[in-house]
Design a protein around this ligand. Sequence first.
Ligand code: ADP
Length: 168
Amino acid sequence: MLRITLGDITKVEVDAIVNAANTSLLGGGGVDGAIHRAAGPELLAECRMLNGCKTGQAKLTKGYRLPAKYVIHTPGPVWNGGKRNEEELLKNCYENCLKLAAEHGCRTVAFPSISTGIYRFPLDRASVIAVGAILEFLALHSDMEVQMVCFDKETFQYYQNALKAVCS
Ligand code: ADP
């Protein structure tokens, strides 16, 4: 099951939330900054031990002061016009996060809209890629539930439309 919701991912009570991180995993702006602020300094301390993460890959930490048990950190691709494998890399983010969540026994996972903020990935393309990758994974893992947590109405509308388009 995939649900699109409007809200703040740091408040969501699920087994794992995903962080749209950067490759250093040492915090940044946007959702990354919000997650680190809400989780507390222990999250950064654990992230320092991970030696970064490649774009499209994923690494897991505890959630500390967050309601979520785990945070799965994934650096999305920076949009550069679409000729640098950005679409494949974005798909890899969703797939690798979900694989890692399943390996850790997570049944409920929440994603932010990876790469569509500071990294400027166009929302129309990003939403279709995200919804497609999530539904493909859920087709093989029917015990899991995924939520796309959109921070603004425009983003929410794009993901709703992508879900309708894929399901019709
Ligand atoms: P990126 O660098 O991957 O583009 P950003 O954090 O800049 O990451 O933006 C990704 C998306 O996360 C944007 O749609 C942004 O509005 C959203 N976002 C920012 N803060 C939060 C939050 N607390 N909960 C959910 N989404 C958020």
